[in-house]
Each structure stands twice: as structure tokens, then as C-alpha cells.
Write a new protein. Sequence first.
Length: 177
Amino acid sequence: MKNKLIAVIIATVAAGTAATAIPASAATAQPTRCHTADLKAGFATGGDAAPQMKQTSHQTQAFVWFTNKSNRTCTLSGFAGVDMVGAQSTDGTWSLARSSKTVGKFTLKKGDTVDFSITLQPVAKSTPKKQKFVPAKFVVTPPNETKSFTLKWPFGGQILKQDGATHPATYLNPIGK
């Protein structure tokens, strides 16, 4: 009887060790970054989320959101890439500079959303054409990705054209800021 009891204890311990080895490694697996195919994107357009493009006395902000549409949990961290495409023939494309704000890491389960802001400097319609940029589309690339979303600019207005400036009044902030 004693030998059978020892054999059962050894078998139980061995089985328990084997059974816990797999879940322990699975529990330490971290979500990987979100890819463009995992996400959908758009401008926040409700109420106070819309930029104040009709005023010209101060900067305003537009918000772009990313929602995880995949069935897996993934992370976003850093800065999206943003190229504004102008409506005027003289506008061309303006790749926005990044702010100096600290980057955070965000874990998105299916259906979760995170956004980032774009700080804008609106100008009056009377501003000379060469000093204003009229946005038509924003090409938005999630952090560490190469595939983009093309979003139509829904807010109107014009932005002070500073595409060659070292510290432009129009720039983007990291994910979550």
C-alpha cells in the first residue's frame, strides 16, 4: 500500500508540474502591436471633439481615433504618421511634425478605442493663398506600420502653412494624448 501511495503522489506531482508548465508560459505572453489590418480609424466629430476652425486667434485640436476591430488584444505606442493632402493646387502634401510629449503604451481589446490629437493653427479666409493650407484628406499611418488610412477632412477651414518650419504651430501628439 505504501508503494502505491508513493506512486500516486509521484504521478500527481509529475502531472501537476507538466500541466502548470503550459499555462504559465501562456500567461506571460504579451499582446503584440496592432497592425493596420487590426484597426479602423476616423476623426472624432461629436460636440467638443471637433476643432474650432472658424476662429483664428488660437490653436485648436482635431482628434483621430483607432479602434481594434480584430479578435485579438494588441498594443499601440508612439506616434502615428500623418500627411495632410491639400485641396489647393499649391498645397501639396504636408507631413506633420511630432510634439515633444511623452509616449505611452495602450493595450486594446476587441472594440477598444484610443485617439491622438493634432494641434492646428487656423487662419482667416482672407489670409493670402501662399500662407494657408486648405486640408482635403489626411493620410494616417498607425505607429510602426506602413499601410495607411485615408480620411476625408470633415471640418473645413484653413491652416497656417508652416510645412517647412522647425517648430510649426500645426503638429501631432502621440497616441493617447
